[in-house]
Design a protein. Sequence first.
Lengths: 77, 670
Amino acid sequence: MYVSEMKVGTSGKVTAIKAASMIKKRLLAMGLTPGTEFKIAKVAPMGDPIEINLRGYRLSLRKSEASCLEADIVGND
Amino acid sequence: MHKIALGGNPNSGKTSVFNALTGSHQHVGNWPGVTVERKEGELKIESERFTLIDLPGTYSLSANSLDEKIARDFIIDKKPELTVIVIDQTNIERNFYLVLEIIEMGRPVLLVLNMDDEAKKMGINVDSDGLSKYLNVSVCKTVANRRLGIDVLKEQIRSAVQSQNKPKVLKFSEKTEKLIEEIEPFFKEHDQDLRRWFAIKALEKDEFLQEILSVEDYEALNQKIEWVEKSIANETDILLAEERYAIIHGIAKEFIKRVLTEEDRERFSTKIDHVVTHRIWGIPIFAGIMWLMFQLAFYIGGYFVDVVDYWFSRFGDYLASVMGNSMFSAFITDAVIGGLGAFAVFLPQLFVLFLFISFLGDIGYMSRAAFVMDKFMHTLGLHGKSFIPMILGFGCTVPGVMAARTLESKKDRVLTILVTPLMSCGARLPVYALLGSVFFAGQEGTITFLLYMIGIVLAIVMARVFKSTFFKNQETLFIMELPPYRWPSARETFGQAFRNSWQFLKKAGTIIFAAVIIIWLLSVFPAGIEAPPQDNFIGDFGRTLEPVFRPLGFKGWEAGVALTFGVLAKEIVVGTFGTLFTGQDFGELAEFAQAGLKGNLIQGLQTVFPNAISAFSFLLFVLIYTPCAAALATIKQEIGWKWMWFTAIYLFVLAYGVSFLFYNIGILFL
């Protein structure tokens, strides 16, 4: 499923990145490589962007950017 | 002089390291051809002198953004003798991505493991000796905002520059190394030291290679990459990122010891975030912080305004009494002292706003504010980070324009700056108050509110217009770190506010000063100081402008003169009307009333604006037209002459159009 569809509190593992070069490069640099585990931590008050936790830090991204990432759910709070 | 570069992630404390190394020996300018801030500083270690160039803070060097391209081109083309990379030790894994990319360039590198205090608290212990031996680079631990470890760092910089040791080549997997080997021959005509780096960039499908390869070679290279991707069933750029993180993982396992598993600071940040970016409370809290900021700025700033104003006029009076009544003394007291006073009075307020902004940035709130507001701003075609500059615009356009620096992309920066003057600043308020009380007695509040709202609506409309004309299809990402909350160091926060104020004084000061003097000269020549301004050039100017403004409903040359003076500072519009109609220069209607001149002023205004429609048309014009000299000077400093002129002209045209439409439609209903 797309990361943008995941609920707050769920954890996932990146399976694929399907994005234009600019977004892809940034996502990769931020550590969202295939196999990386992350957790959906928060949604902003107006429903977008979202905050995810990975590699020991917090990352914010818009839902449109999160929809470039596919992931498997691995856990739920 | 040795040339060294300073790189690092945003929020890594790079600025603290820069300040700690260079102290007050800093120059701020722009990178050639672009309006990205370029800071350069000097430092002396023993008897050797070094120039330290602060590269833009970036997460990587893939040249996606202008910042990344600047940083990368500098290391490749200008060949600094050393690149110092600042690393947030509490987030070492992601910070190391940039380190690996810089190491791949094969130039001498020094690693600064910053925030050692926080790392210790979190139980993170990096074996810097081991890391140093493994990578063949110097590694130094610091707490830069408390100036700890800086002497050792200086010594290491000196010896690293001397030794010119190159970092170890970090090998990718065997398969990838083979691919690199196969691609290297494409660059056989290029610098041998850079061939490996070019090959890596080729695997990352970096478009700049187009510029250094022939058309045929570039085509062949692309075919090769395509073929490779098919054979490995993966994209090569993803493969490289995966392998870099694998290398980082290996390094972390070898050299980083974590004593505690629970990360206290993380839990602390999470707790604050629960409140600050809460679904319901997030926006009210943001609004509250902004309210507090303005209260403080106007309370503290307002107190100093009176103090500064008092001393400047005392000083002016003193000089006048010493020098007597001559053209020269009038020049010194009115133009020079008056001109200095004109921007000195609002420096205290600016300083408080700058202080607040740097404090909010240092504790880590700014990125949360952007996070909370992004959805709204993005639908307007702006970025979450545009909100703070625009809000600041309600206080004063100057700090608003300067705060737009936090925006990463030039497009967002320019867009935000172009519309920030439409946020009705504090200086326009006296004009609303004066005309409101004369033409809309009892309704001043509604009129003022209406003007603020019109400004906001126009800003939204213009943002959309500019976005779809100048910046079509240019999206900026919101993929960024939300740094942990940190208690800032007073030295850094105050230092930043002082530097911003000083920069404003130095860069904007000259322009404002020049504008004050030009307008003063226009108002005393050729008839002299004794003559009322209308007999001088400024009067001619007003009369020339009169037919221009007549279609907006302004019946008299005084409006043109007031608006011309208003370019110095919007509140001067009030004083100008006062001088023209009563011979007295007061700031508020109450003061005119006290002097028994209220009648003259009202009468004068009623001649120029025969009805409420024309008065409101004038208010609309004051709201929208060309920002004051200080704002223009700041715009020039931030995004260049071209955009400054554009802002000045487009706002004038917009003001004219809006007032024209309002007046001509309005009088039909009168």
